[in-house]
Design a protein around this ligand. Structure first.
Ligand code: 3PG
Ligand code: MG
Length: 401
């Protein structure tokens, strides 16, 4: 059943709308600059829709994990740079609220907001109550607005975040309207369609490091896809679990345990790379393409040329392709071929192509293929959890139409 969306919020003229966005964007470690603004761009249609309807917007997000940051790292986690980027992309000035997330200065800034105005609150996680579904924090946020929009797909799996669950619950009690935004609506529609009636043949491509983190996702995919291609670091987990020597590639014991139940699918639904690029651990310039065992002192860093060719054919022959996780160490140009060629083949496909996961989306974008995919999800953990069929408390808060 479809959730209430922006058009169900009623007349918005002169209303102040609280919009939970996911502006948890990657930052440059040294300068704190926004390294990738994809998540900010993805929220713009909702913000524009609300402003065009005569509302003002109080946007709010978390940024990073301040509770785990050093004082220096924490300085980079204020929303100042995000607010500047948001304003630049929206081409409307965005005011950044005071350094407290809620409080008298914020209440005053909200009172001064005029229709068409946009205010971005400080990093929600600067207030430790954000991650505790705290009723008082929910009430303080709720007092700022007349309506609530959840357009933070990437955060929808967080059941304890006040701004995602406690806040809309508080607004419901006050009889104020709540809806999902255009981004969340689009993510749900595409992923629901993908999981209920994907057009066959369906291909899954899994990369990234940890099998253990993705086991439920892999099992869900196995039930839906005709083939599942493996790449990335998890390749070497599968190889080691099969008893193949992976040289200096580090593979944890718990990873091997997680991969073991999947070995029964290898050679059937699951395809492992037939070759891989290995680099010398203490001199990454020394590389070789391996089939079978990886020599001592070398570690697997990318899928090999035969595998790339084989995977490209599989992509071409599929009507639906779902990809999560880089195929190699793509941040290093020399080891990015697997990821780049897979992204390129998906971009060239006439079928439905969906990319999920923060790093995977970044890779698709870095190589210039993001716009050519059917959909690039803004969710990392949220994408995996939603595909797995997890029920989100945040979405349960928004009424069906
Ligand atoms: C994400 O990037 O995964 C979301 O923004 C949620 O952030 P979190 O993983 O720190 O809760
Ligand atoms: Mg996460």
């Amino acid at each position: 059943m479809a959730k209430k969306t922006l058009n169900d919020l009623g007349d918005l003229k002169g209303k102040k709308v609280l919009v939970r966005v996911d502006f948890n964007v990657p930052l440059d470690k040294k300068t704190g600059a926004v390294k990738n603004d994809r998540r900010i761009r993805a929220a713009l249609p909702t913000i524009r829709h609300l402003l065009d309807a005569g509302a003002s917007v109080i946007a709010m997000s978390h940024l990073g994990r301040p509770e785990k940051a050093t004082p220096d790292e924490r300085k980079n986690l204020t929303m100042d740079k995000v607010a500047a980027k948001f304003g630049e992309l929206l081409t409307v000035p965005v005011a950044k609220a005071a350094s407290d997330v809620v409080g008298p200065a914020v209440t005053a800034a909200v009172a001064a907001l005029k229709p068409g105005g946009v205010l971005l609150l400080e990093n929600l996680r600067f207030d430790p109550r954000e991650q505790k579904n705290d009723p008082e924090f929910a009430a303080a946020l709720a007092a700022l607005g007349d309506a609530y929009v959840n357009d933070a797909f990437g955060t929808c799996q967080n059941d304890k975040d006040t701004s995602m669950v406690g806040l809309p619950a508080n607004l419901k009690a006050a009889g104020k309207p709540r809806a999902i935004g255009l981004l969340v609506a689009k993510e749900l529609e595409i992923i629901d369609g993908l999981m209920t009636e994907p057009k066959p043949p369906v291909l899954g491509i899994m990369g990234g490091a940890k099998v253990s983190d993705k086991i439920a996702f892999i099992n869900t995919l196995l039930a839906k896809v005709d083939h599942l291609l493996i790449g990335g670091k998890m390749t070497y987990t599968f190889l080691k679990a099969q008893g193949v020597d992976v040289g200096a590639t580090r593979v944890g014991d718990e990873e091997i345990e997680a991969a073991k139940p999947l070995l029964a699918f290898v050679g059937k639904k699951i395809t492992l790379p037939v070759d891989y690029v290995a680099a010398k651990s203490d001199d990454l310039l020394q590389t070789q393409v391996c089939e079978g065992a990886i020599p001592a002192g070398f570690e697997g860093v990318d899928i090999g040329p035969k595998t790339i060719e084989h995977y490209k054919v599989q992509i071409k022959e599929s009507a639906t392709v779902i990809w999560n996780g880089p195929l190699g160490w793509f941040e290093q140009t020399a080891f990015s071929r697997g990821t780049q060629y897979i992204a390129e083949a998906m971009a060239a496909s006439a079928g439905v192509t969906v990319v999920g996961g923060g790093e995977t989306a970044e890779a698709a974008e870095q190589f210039g293929f993001a716009e050519k995919m059917t959909h690039v999800s803004t969710g990392g953990g949220a994408f995996l959890a939603y595909v797995e069929g997890k029920k989100f408390q945040s979405l349960a808060q928004i009424d069906d139409k």
